[in-house]
Design a protein. Structure first.
Length: 119
């Protein structure tokens, strides 16, 4: 069971139902960590740079005007949590996407090429 102190009550029923349906593939602690990290990235633009050293979790944050899209992906499994909404919106007003990716492309600025991760 997910900890209701870590997950917003608005998002808790949907995430808990997804966990119960995919019980053999999902871990509550991993989901809670991704949720917490995605919320941190959504609220704090500097969090992306601070989390860049952690190779187990990939984060991204897209901001256009007052609209923000923040994603946190587990690099080993492709499991991700994504928030979308206005920068100053309360947590219960954010739109949640929770799922598993099949592949993700990233740009490796050091080697100047595109990298693809396939799960």
């Amino acid at each position: 069971m997910l900890n209701p102190n870590e997950i917003n009550p608005v998002h808790l029923p949907a995430m808990q139902a997804a966990l119960l349906k995919q019980r053999s593939r999902l871990d509550e602690h991993q989901v809670s960590k991704l949720y917490k990290t995605a919320r941190q990235v959504f609220r704090n633009p500097e969090a992306v740079a601070n989390l860049a050293q952690d190779q187990t979790v990939w984060t991204s944050r897209l901001c256009t005007g007052n609209l923000v899209l923040a994603t946190c992906t587990d690099a080993n499994t492709g499991l991700f949590v994504q928030f979308a909404g206005q920068q100053d919106a309360a947590d219960d007003k954010l739109l949640l996407t929770f799922g598993i990716k099949f592949c993700q492309e990233t740009v490796d600025t050091l080697r100047n090429h595109r990298s693809t991760k396939i799960w």
